[in-house]
Design a protein around this ligand. Structure first.
Ligand code: NOJ
Length: 520
């Protein structure tokens, strides 16, 4: 694993909504470059930028029509090279979003693959998964989302997500001999797809990017119910990267670290879907809300299991949110968001902060959907920089904005929160500094849960192995609670009212958190 990952703290940027420098109502790459000092000052040292490549934007850019070209609305390839250079000058790493599972229907590969009548040597005929007739679909085949039929004179084509996102053909785990359109994983067409995707990776890594967040990483091989084939595929990709770009980094959108880290990813996320119970932290019946009284039993059970199975192979990352789920603020008060950040910034793995969560931006429930965002659009609104029109995001007329801003006149913004020592922003900065100053709280040292995540109980865990340990205790409840901590401890951080520490334990105040260091 690259050394820099051991201290990486990521910031996810949705480029459409971060900062608009050319007044067209949509964020752009020069806008990200301009705000790098803000990100550095926050304490983050790595970026994940959502797809910013040429696209018809039926799924906000997750439907790529040219992998090697920055979409003009964000700027040019030169703007990306400059962004990477300026980020590196500030010791900030840059991960781009790799979408290997599907393209847009407007990608040149897809346009060529629709032309079945073209000569037999058309190298793209099997780049996608076409059945013989439009009446055949893909029901029951794992990792095929649906079918697009009637788009040309060929059969149905498998799609990975929306109908505008045809699945690339990496082959089938167990191709059905009766169905010649099911390619084997070692067929020339599957190998050609892989080779072209490796070439895309080579292109951006040669341009200086530090690696990729990989979209739907688990989905590439069809019918691969136990993931054994896709694991081999990613191991091959990892070997190629180790050879040509040994410092490059891969984080998967997979949500099953026991599998993805084995596949060669350095990091995987716990997500709002999949087996992790991540939603119980901050979203559905959230543990971190004083009112909700949810429990974390299942979350802790799963988390312990994957930590054990991953066996130190890579990092298990707990994001504050992302562009696909309601924001952390949806179910939590500003103070509870701070409690949640105590957790996010004191657990192992690389923390990922979704832009705007550090100021508690709202989830805009019910706003009109934009570019295939549907209800996800509410988490994708423009970053709120200051009190000026459009919250300082853009000098365009408000009706020209890509997504509307929060219309609340008290909407939080960076300028006001920077000046307020009690703000979420300043709490996040304090916590990042605490993490940086105390090696035990960093990305690598192990975690041990002292409580089991019962509702109403404080969440207590330790970090570090050996004699020196850090202890974290978080009490989201509206009442004070007693916490047993046998070791002698020194208080290094408090959120909320100070605890009462006595011989037989600690009285944690309502909705408070503490970090303590074990002392001999
Ligand atoms: C996951 C991405 O995060 C999401 O935004 C996108 O719609 C799907 N994958 C399809 O690419």
């Amino acid at each position: 694993m690259s050394d820099w990952l051991k201290t990486a703290i990521f910031y996810e940027i949705y480029p459409q909504s971060f900062y608009d420098t050319n007044k067209d109502g949509i964020g752009d790459l020069p806008g990200i470059t301009e705000k790098l000092d803000y990100i550095k000052d926050l304490g983050c040292n790595a970026l994940w930028i959502n797809p910013c490549f040429e696209s018809p934007f039926f799924d906000a850019g997750y439907d790529i029509s040219d992998y090697k070209k920055i979409a003009p609305r964000y700027g040019s390839n030169e703007d990306m090279y400059r962004l990477i250079e300026e980020a590196h000058k500030r010791s900030i790493r840059v991960l781009l979003d790799l979408v290997p599972g599907h393209t847009s229907i407007e990608h040149e590969w897809f346009k060529r693959s629709m032309k079945s009548a073209e000569s037999k040597d058309n190298p793209y005929l099997k780049r996608y998964i076409w059945t013989e007739t439009p009446w055949e679909n893909f029901q029951g085949i794992e990792h095929i989302f649906g079918a697009l039929n009637g788009i040309c004179d060929r059969g149905s084509v498998a799609v990975n997500f929306f109908s505008t996102q045809p699945a690339l053909n990496y082959g089938f785990a167990n191709p059905d001999k009766e169905k010649p359109w099911q390619s084997a994983v070692d067929s020339p067409e599957a190998r050609a797809t892989l080779s072209d995707i490796m070439d895309v990776m080579r292109f951006w890594l040669s341009a200086g990017c530090d690696g990729f967040r990989v979209d739907m990483a688990h989905s590439l091989i069809k019918g691969d119910t136990d993931y054994s084939h896709v694991i081999l595929l990613w191991q091959e990709i990892r070997a190629f990267l180790d050879e040509e770009f040994p410092h490059s980094v891969l984080v998967s959108e997979w949500g099953k670290p026991d599998l993805s880290l084995k596949a060669g990813f350095h990091m995987d996320f716990l997500l709002h879907f999949g087996p992790s119970h991540y939603v119980n932290l901050f979203r559905e019946n959230p543990f971190f809300s004083g009112e909700a009284r949810g429990d974390l039993k299942e979350f802790i059970r799963y988390y312990k299991k994957v930590c054990k199975e991953a066996d130190g192979r890579g990092l298990i990352c707990i994001p504050s949110g992302n562009h696909d789920m309601p924001r952390i603020s949806h179910k939590l008060t500003p103070h509870e968001i701070k409690l949640a950040f105590v957790f996010i910034l004191t657990v192992p793995g690389a923390p990922f902060i979704y832009y705007g969560d550090e100021i508690g931006m709202k989830y805009l429930d019910g706003i009109p959907p934009v570019e295939g965002g549907y209800e996800r659009t509410g988490s994708r609104s423009p970053m709120q920089w200051d009190e000026s029109p459009n919250a300082g995001f853009s000098a365009a007329a408000p009706e020209k904005l890509y997504i509307q801003t929060d219309t609340d006149e008290n909407r939080p913004n960076v300028k006001q929160q920077s000046a307020d020592s009690n703000s979420i922003l300043n709490e996040v900065k304090r916590l990042i500094n605490l993490r940086k100053d105390n090696a035990m709280l960093g990305n690598m040292p192990p975690i041990e849960f002292i409580t089991a995540g019962e509702a109403g109980e404080p969440l207590i865990y330790s970090r570090g192995d050996g004699k020196d340990k850090a202890y974290i205790a978080i009490n989201p409840a509206l009442n004070a609670v007693k916490a047993k901590l046998s070791e002698a401890v020194r208080l290094v951080y408090t959120l909320g009212e100070k605890p009462i520490i006595s011989e037989d334990g600690i009285l944690l105040q309502p909705q408070s958190a503490v970090v303590l260091m074990g002392v001999d």
